[in-house]
Write a protein that binds this ligand. Sequence first.
Ligand SMILES: Cc1cc2nc3c(=O)[nH]c(=O)nc-3n(C[C@H](O)[C@H](O)[C@H](O)COP(=O)(O)O)c2cc1C
Length: 338
Amino acid sequence: MLELSSRYFARGREFLGCEYPFLCGAMTWVSDPQLVAAVCNAGGFASLAGGNTPPGILADQIRKTRELTRKPFAVNLVTLSPAYPEQLAMLRQEPVPYVIFAGAIPRGKDIELIKGTGAKVMCFASAHALAMRTIKSGADALILEGTEAGGHIGPVSLTVLLQQVLFDVTEVPVFVAGGIGCGRFCAHLFLMGATGVQLGTRFAVSKESCAHPDFKRAYIRASDRDAVATPQFDIRIPVVPVRALHNKGTEEFGKLQMDLIARLERGEITRMEAQYQVEHFWMGALRRAVVEGDVERGSMMAGQSVGLVKRIESVADIIADLVQSTEAELQRVREKIL
Ligand SMILES: Cc1cc2nc3c(=O)[nH]c(=O)nc-3n(C[C@H](O)[C@H](O)[C@H](O)COP(=O)(O)O)c2cc1C
């Protein structure tokens, strides 16, 4: 019996139209129709990853997901992706009930366009100022993501974001993400005011995840401190930070940057040429990791929560564990404070 947790789940349940407000965050190459449908059918909520998927293929994935589940799900769009404008246009023909914007803050007119299709709009926010601007732009909900998360990250820890944003924002529901692995902690996030909780890494290792077995094995072996943010060595050559497992690729990327800085100092290359090489280094690397299982040179995107992931579980077991541990912790807290 979910005596206490159902009270805390109510707002997320109503907003997302699912039983339990635990979200499987979109993960490019990982969040396919099978994973999304499995999470939604288990009572959670999930999104298809738009990534740089051609709009026709993304439309097929939407239709496939609808065949696998009758529950609502989202499409995640990365505003900085080359395919983004066409994906946005496609969603007018193939509307979905929820669209989650990631990358830069979407333009107000993009939010309007999506709302015009009948969808609710959720936006990632990785800093206080971004959260405030996002609410002003018309987002229906925020996903507050700390720097502990896997994939592209902002600079601020979830601990600080909770105090800056979660404690203050009442206008829209706030979902939280980044470094979260267990239900016991989720209970405290709900007590702090979270409408729901999003996890990525734990679901990437689920039975239903299409990720290569070597990718999953590397996650299970890894500890929290193996999930590092890509370093930037020189302000003249900016690097978009991504949290991923440290591997040969990370080391080679470091060496590339040192080499480019030296060549820049000697006047052998321009800043633009250096920037181009940095931006192209990881091209296709997430696919290599997830699909081909290249754990050495692929981009092994993972949150610090990887240290909490000990085994491959089914999506239904993950959701059931999150729900039950949330309830147990709420009961424990009640006994403690009464
Ligand atoms: C392999 C991987 C790929 C990801 N790809 C995306 C993406 O395409 N779009 C997005 O908004 N977030 C992406 N994320 C972030 C997740 O949606 C989620 O917010 C994050 O993983 C939460 O932190 P956690 O990994 O510590 O649970 C990705 C994360 C991982 C681990």
